[in-house]
Ligand binder design. Sequence first.
Ligand SMILES: *Cc1c(COP(=O)(O)O)cnc(C)c1O
Length: 411
Amino acid sequence: MSHGSPCTTGHAAPQEALERRLESELAEIRTAGLWRELRRVDSAQGRRIRVGNREVLNFSSNDYLGLANHVVLREAAIKAIEKFGCGSGASRLVCGSLSPHHQFEESIAAFTGSEAALAFNSGHAAALGAIGALMGSHDVVVIDRLAHASLVDAVRLSGARLLVFPHNDLDGLERVLRRRDCQGAVRRPRVLVVTESVFSMDGDRAPLGEIVEIKDRFGAWLMVDEAHATGLFGDRRSGLGEQPGLGDRIEIRMATLGKALGSSGGCICGSRKLVDLLVNRARSFIFTTAPVPAASAAASAAIEIVQSDEGARRHHRLWQNVAGMAELLTDVTTSPANGASAIFPIVVGSESVAMKAASNLFERGVLAPGIRFPTVARGAARLRVSLTSDHTHDDLGLLARALREILANAG
Ligand SMILES: *Cc1c(COP(=O)(O)O)cnc(C)c1O
């Protein structure tokens, strides 16, 4: 008898089994009309980008202020590379805590009016780290139904009980907070309410003032994901959480650096003690190599631009574009959020209609992605148009005309 592994006797080689399994899962995805593939882009981000051998008008990026390819960010990144190199070498706690990260954290803490801040490699990692560090299996997280997948993943990974309240529904939030789960008699659980300030796929805003009142009344904490608001809202433009009277009452503010700030990474802003706890407990901070120095340096440069006269001009152009687009789309989108942010969802319902509309748009030289399950609910597929300060009035007109024709033909 051979000593060959008994596990493989009579079975296909494991590699073959894996390939077959992959094949059947891929077939399932295709059949469901949910197939996704990457589209290679051969240029920097901007209002026009190169895709394959053509140039298209880009309404798909979150580079709201046109900073991703801004000369000042590029120079800041290059300088950081020249001084600190490309890689950070190790985790922040080992030897990767390079000064560009500290500078960035000081700068975003001042920007958001927080005591302290901690940078992560991505917004996704920031969500995992913060929720995982604070919440455990005895605790409850109450989350808006439309909150980003990274927040949902974070709650699941933390082991906390996940309760959902209907989107932006204050009575719904109260109802959930009144449930027994949140009012544990034996060992009062810690309760964390989680929402986005601007919703990534719907473009509407959370009623933060009211949410803060409610969570305070119930003694819960609040985490606000400002991914689509950082750099865009408020007098200082640090996000919706900077509204007077809110700052101190939002325990955890999350920012992403890859959207309006034109760089890459995530960040948690809050008290010094919160940040100290994250340094000690957040696994997605501890067990990962620090962000590249260029990313932190570019984000610091972005925060400076946002607060400068140029930032004010970019801001003004963006909001002019938002107002213009809202008007052009009044008959195309029925979204009540039309104009509340730089994100315009054009909900068509059917996944196949949304994907067909996106591909028709692309044929006309316009890139606006079709968004479908699991990014949004089944049957709520949409085109997602996002505007930047660099779009021109003609760009908006072209998009609106194309949308109107394509959607009319789609019936
Ligand atoms: C993009 C996004 C994130 C994740 O941020 P990354 O830096 O891209 O990982 C988290 N929350 C929301 C609402 C987002 O839109």
